[in-house]
Write a protein that binds this ligand. Structure first.
Ligand SMILES: Nc1nc2c(c(=O)[nH]1)N[C@H]1C(S)=C(S)[C@@H](COP(=O)(O)OP(=O)(O)OC[C@H]3O[C@@H](n4cnc5c(N)ncnc54)[C@H](O)[C@@H]3O)O[C@H]1N2
Ligand code: MOO
Length: 425
């Protein structure tokens, strides 16, 4: 019989794995449309200024005027459109018809929008209101000056970053290559959808869940399927996968049962750093070296597998890909109902975070537990929109007690259902 094995505190396990992993340094150049979610290998410097030249923010008139009070009149010299500049310079007392985005000519120091002007009988421009210097002019380099570092190495590229790089005229960017991740599930009871269940069988869901969780990350997943509870088959599968992958992820068989071989084989082929972590769900979770790469032995229970993947595997992939690993957005809100907890492990309880709007327009939040907390209960996970993170030493939480809440991360496909906001009467 296996003796009690000490559990490592969650913060220590996370810190140990982040310290152990070294970022991949191999880069590749990819077109911007393929770079979403990828990690920048080197900083990007702006090749041009944005905007490249001073231009108008409005359809109206560029003015050359030391002073432009209401009632002032100007001669209109010509017209400038975006993409069709006016080749000349304005002298005092002169104006140029100008469209939004058109280059402001030399001599002009302000633009008045056309709604604030009229034309006199002799076709001169008259101002209906005063126009201050600099009005409606977007100076060259207003947003970005050429040569500035706009994005640092390690940045995980988001839509807004790529919009910026597109505006800077870049068509490609150098990113860290995708990490090669092998994924397998172990268990004689596991069947694929479409197969008939014999007594004791269940449908396998961990590979689907984990591969979808990892899909937005810069990874390339090899699905190694379901491996039987047979040490020879498992050893062969792991030994093959470790040769060609940066990371091998398994689910199941990591506990102390008669058919739990994962840990022994990881021990034999690699070097286990930790195996038991003081979190709930997900206590049996193995991490360590496997050949030139790494492994995660996630627990078989579906909620434990997803929570440990979210809390340990996702940050590990961030570190391996060279991305800055940041702490999640955390709120402290009162409990609306009791949350049951035994002291000992850090709980990531499935919870529902609600928001109401009071009559005076203030947002108020509260949290309640989702229907069930068993590590086999996927439906309650599907009904949750946040984790209630309860410290290891904590016991039961009473209504009104402050609770640390981490909303699910939409970027990872953990969409936060919008909670019904109670509109003020
Ligand atoms: N004596 C002890 N027993 C258990 C302990 C313990 O400390 N001492 N820990 C429990 C905890 S906590 C967890 S979590 C589980 C994890 O066990 P394993 O990783 O060995 O997982 P399995 O035994 O293979 O499976 C657990 C459970 O999950 C189902 N399962 C497995 N894989 C899948 C899959 N791919 N898709 C869907 N469902 C899956 C499996 O049928 C079992 O019901 O150990 C406890 N036991
Ligand atoms: O660690 Mo397990 O997930 O509590 O059942």
């Amino acid at each position: 019989m296996a003796a009690q094995h000490p559990m490592m505190p969650f913060a220590e396990a996370r810190q140990r794995l982040l310290a152990a992993l070294t970022p991949c340094t191999e880069g590749e150049s990819v077109p911007l449309p393929d770079a979403l979610g990828r990690v920048l290998q080197a900083p990007v410097e702006a090749p041009v200024s944005l905007p490249p030249a001073a231009n108008s923010a409005m359809d109206g008139y560029a003015l050359a005027a030391g002073d432009a009070p209401a009632g002032a009149e100007y001669d209109i010299r010509g017209e400038a459109l975006a993409g069709a500049p006016w080749n000349g310079a304005l002298r005092p007392g002169e104006a140029l018809r100008i469209m939004t985005g058109a280059v402001v000519p030399p001599g002009a120091d302000r633009v008045i929008m056309q709604e604030q002007t009229e034309q006199s009988a002799d076709q001169r421009l008259r101002l209906n209101t005063e126009c201050p210097p600099g009005n409606n002019i977007r100076p060259a380099g207003d947003d970005v000056t050429a040569g500035t570092e706009v994005l640092p190495a390690g940045r995980r590229l988001q839509v807004t970053d790529l919009a910026l790089l597109g505006a800077l005229g870049l068509s490609k960017v150098t990113v860290v290559r995708r990490l090669r991740v092998a994924l397998l599930a172990t268990g004689d009871e596991l069947r694929q959808a479409g197969e008939t269940l014999a007594p004791g069988d269940i449908y396998e869901s961990n590979r689907l869940a984990i591969s979808l969780l990892l899909r937005p990350l810069p990874v390339e997943i090899t699905d190694l399927g379901i491996v039987r509870d047979d040490p020879t088959a498992l050893r062969q599968c792991m030994a093959g996968a470790m040769r060609t992958h940066d990371l091998v992820v398994s689910t199941g068989g990591v506990s102390v049962g008669a058919a739990d071989y994962t840990r022994d084989i990881l021990q034999e082929l690699g070097d286990i750093d930790f195996w038991k972590v003081a979190i709930k769900p997900g206590k049996p979770v193995a991490f360590g070296r496997l050949g030139k790469g790494w492994f995660f032995g996630l627990p078989g229970n579906p909620v434990s597998a997803l929570v440990t993947a979210h809390q340990l595997l996702v940050p590990a992939l961030g570190k391996l890909s060279g991305a800055a690993v940041t702490a999640p957005l955390t709120l402290t809100v009162p409990a609306a109902e009791p949350l049951r907890k035994k002291p000992g492990r850090l709980d990531f309880q499935r919870a529902v975070l609600s928001q109401t709007v009071s009559a005076d327009g203030r947002c108020e939040h509260s949290v309640r537990p989702a229907s069930g907390q068993g590590s086999h209960m996927l439906w309650s996970l599907a009904q949750a929109n946040a984790y209630a993170v309860l410290p290891a030493e904590s016991g039961d939480i009473q209504p009104g007690d402050p609770v640390t809440v981490v909303p699910f991360d939409p970027a990872l496909g953990w969409f936060t259902p919008t909670s019904p906001a109670t509109a003020a009467e």
